[in-house]
Design a protein around this ligand. Structure first.
Ligand SMILES: Nc1ncnc2c1ncn2[C@@H]1O[C@H](COP(=O)(O)OP(=O)(O)OP(=O)(O)O)[C@@H](O)[C@H]1O
Length: 327
């Protein structure tokens, strides 16, 4: 986004939501039965981008250059890329906020046009990086009701949806509060509730944890997992926080200078040092330790989550003990 991200402390530790810690880490990758059950990678993608190019006025190069990608129902996808890579620009195309210079975006197989853009915005909701761009009404309740009222829903239905969305994000009791008196984390939850109340099939979140403390970040990530698991909502989010990516993403898109450099599982992406270097990304902290061990000549495979790291360390210790016994 044009707004710069608040600086992050490079040594800041990651708070992994309890639900996705340890043994409950969602399995990722092609071999994961759970992941395979969670979504069907065949048939019509819920979102498809074909040869998408975007150019902002007065700029010489494209902010997006021939992007092709598909997202399937129920997937959790992370979009990684350095500042200015094009993540926000891509997101604004996914529900027709921006119009392509060339190429097209399809929602459930239908190309976004002027005529159907409203329907597309109901299906694909976007949570912007800065909640102040989104949460504008004088009270939380009015803010969340805004989308459903615009959809022409009855008063009773609007009330139901506001109640349901507040429950989902854990802000029941905040109805009368003024959004500008809430904390950054609470405002972010109100922004998510406003989108949720429209019952979208896809939620796109631009840097949902930027500027939040570790606990608030964990709460947002927990909510993202819950919306995916319990409501079946397809989730796309951009982040600079590579440490959390392996804990929630089944698939990762890497953007660099407006191009899609890679589309793969977190394991595949984080096992490609050349790609990470090119896209100005780094390994998750856990993986950095394994990379250092490899450089020391230890026979380990790079791991990206705490749980698989523990298993790998136990494997190495086990084989060292076995060798010692044989000698
Ligand atoms: N409204 C705009 N007008 C002109 N140029 C823009 C505008 N918005 C973004 N850009 C430019 O387009 C490119 C992509 O920006 P974009 O905000 O999509 O990147 P990003 O990956 O979301 O970055 P960040 O991680 O910093 O949010 C950048 O070069 C940026 O300067």
């Amino acid at each position: 986004m044009s707004k710069s991200n608040p600086p992050r402390n490079p040594g800041e530790s990651v708070v992994v939501p309890e639900q996705i810690k340890g043994r409950n880490i969602p399995e990722t990758g092609k071999n994961s039965e759970k992941a395979e059950q969670a979504y069907e990678r065949t048939g019509t993608p819920i979102l498809e981008v074909r040869d998408l190019c975007h150019r902002y006025p007065h700029l010489e190069s494209n902010a997006l250059d021939k992007i092709n990608l598909k997202v399937f129902k129920g997937e959790r996808v992370a979009v990684l890329g350095a500042n200015g890579a094009g993540k926000s620009t891509l997101f604004k195309h996914l529900n027709g906020i921006l119009r392509p210079l060339s190429g097209e975006v399809l929602v459930k197989g239908v190309k976004i046009t002027k005529k159907n853009v409203r329907m597309c915005r109901e299906a694909v909701g976007i949570v912007f990086q800065d909640p102040d761009d989104q949460v504008l009404a004088p009270s939380v309740e009015e803010d969340i009701a805004f989308g459903p009222i615009n959809m022409g829903l009855s008063r009773e239905e609007v009330e139901n949806r506001v109640k349901e969305a507040l429950e989902m994000v854990g802000l029941t009791g905040f109805e009368e509060r003024a959004p500008h008196h809430l904390s950054g984390g609470q405002k972010k939850l109100v922004a998510i509730a406003g989108i949720l109340a429209m019952r979208p099939e896809v939620i796109v979140l631009d840097e949902p944890t930027a500027g939040l403390d570790p606990l608030s970040s964990a709460r947002i990530l927990e909510l993202i997992m819950k919306m995916n698991r319990e409501l079946g909502i397809t989730m796309l989010l951009s982040t600079h926080d590579v440490d959390v990516v392996p804990y929630f993403a089944e698939r990762v898109f890497v953007l660099h200078h407006g191009r899609l450099e890679a589309d793969g599982t977190p394991e595949a992406i984080f096992n490609d040092p050349e790609l990470l270097r090119k896209a100005h990304l780094r390994l998750p902290r856990v993986a950095e330790v394994f990379e250092m061990l490899q450089q020391e000549g230890v026979d380990v495979n790079i791991q990206i989550t705490a749980e698989t790291a523990r298993d790998e360390i136990l494997r190495v210790i086990g084989s060292a003990q076995q060798k010692a016994r044989m000698n």
